[in-house]
Design a protein around this ligand. Structure first.
Ligand code: GLN
Length: 257
């Protein structure tokens, strides 16, 4: 091959590498440049996130604060619908997500997950005087309330004989429980700790001794390929788990139930 052509090809290759490098600013670069990190959550999920006036407190809030501290930047909270969190990551409107979010295969296609920091299970809540549900199979013909786009929603879809009319979707577990209390739906399928927190503060509801699905693992999420940021989050989570802090925080924010 002629030397000129080789030189031209080499030049073009270098140009491509340089352009790719410039175009791809990592989230960590952006965080350092802006001196702030944006945490995406849905602040109605006790004990993991609870709105307290202007602030969001809870287990995930403490983890997010520790991540910001490790990065040496300010923490900014973006409170949004649970269903919008992963697309917000993809769009770059939030830098990381912590929302009692369960690792699922489908979500793993769109985001990268940290190490797991909590194990949860779905529970079934009914009216306190309802004796009709004895097995998981009994749920198939009921009107099931869920938080939209959550694992409770996916479990209801699998269990219901009639997913079109048998599932009522709400923005938060709290709203689903309220509608159950008002007698508009038959049961709610949602994560154990938030369900327990609401039931203990609401007259007339009870959690059944049934397990409608397998255990789940909560993790933080970042945009696909944000490995440097994920490494920082993993470091924080490992420290907080090994020291027993996560367990302590779950107890602390569950207090008053
Ligand atoms: N763990 C459930 C999920 O990931 C619910 C999370 C939530 O509502 N914040 O779908």
């Amino acid at each position: 091959m002629n030397k000129k052509i080789i030189a031209l090809m080499l030049g073009l290759t270098l140009l491509c590498v340089a352009l790719a490098g410039c175009g791809k600013q990592s989230t960590l670069d952006k965080i350092e440049k802006n001196n702030k990190v944006v945490w995406g959550t849905n602040a109605y999920f006790m004990p993991f996130e609870i709105r307290e006036g202007e602030d969001v407190i809870g287990v995930d809030a403490e983890i997010a604060a520790a991540v910001a501290e490790k990065l040496g930047v300010e923490l900014v909270v973006e409170d949004m619908e649970f269903e919008s969190l992963i697309s917000a990551l993809e769009a770059g409107t939030v830098d990381f997500v912590g929302a009692g979010m369960t690792i699922t295969d489908e979500r793993k296609e769109k985001a990268d997950f940290s190490t797991g920091y909590w194990t949860a299970v779905q529970v079934v809540t009914v009216a306190a005087d309802d004796e009709s549900v004895l097995t998981v199979g009994d749920l198939s013909s009921l009107v099931i309330g869920v938080q939209s786009g959550t694992t409770g929603d996916f479990v209801a879809e699998e269990l219901s004989n009639n997913p079109d009319t048998g599932i009522m979707r709400y923005n938060t577990v709290i709203e689903a429980m309220q509608d159950l209390k008002n007698g508009n739906i038959d049961c709610v399928i949602a994560d154990d700790l938030p369900s327990q927190a609401i039931v203990s503060q609401t007259e007339g509801l009870k959690i059944l001794d049934l397990q409608p699905s397998d255990k789940e693992t909560y993790a933080f999420a970042v945009k696909k390929g944000d490995t440097e940021l994920l490494a920082v989050i993993n470091e924080v989570l490992t420290e907080m788990m090994e020291s027993g802090e996560i367990e302590e925080l779950v107890n602390k924010y569950s207090l008053g139930q």
